[in-house]
Design a protein around this ligand. Sequence first.
Ligand SMILES: [Cu+2]
Length: 131
Amino acid sequence: MNKRLITFAGAALTLAASLSMAQAGAKDYEFQPVKTEVGSGTGGDVAARLVQKASGTPVANAVIFRSRLDMSPEDMGDMTGTLTPEPSSEPGVYRFKARPTMAGKWALKLLAKVPGESETVEGLVVITAKE
Ligand SMILES: [Cu+2]
């Protein structure tokens, strides 16, 4: 191996390392509970904050392309409630009108695209529906 080739190999390794850091990925983000209690009959607002874990910075302008409310925390994953996206005035906070169909623990499941992040961020926040 001549010296030029060795230098090239070293540069390629450096590039690979920096790429894998840039793509640190979806695990760098999480949805945290903000408002998690609603009435089981009437429903109400629920909210979750998307943050970058390392810095705690809220992530605005994420696109939540799938959302689901189901009763998987009570082993009733087939039981679903309706969710309607609501506007939010606080950057990084994502709001929904939730309508659970019975009292108990529900899972708010979210799939989101974060600006500048190629991987899909998954969120799960437990919601309590009161009688
Ligand atoms: Cu149920």
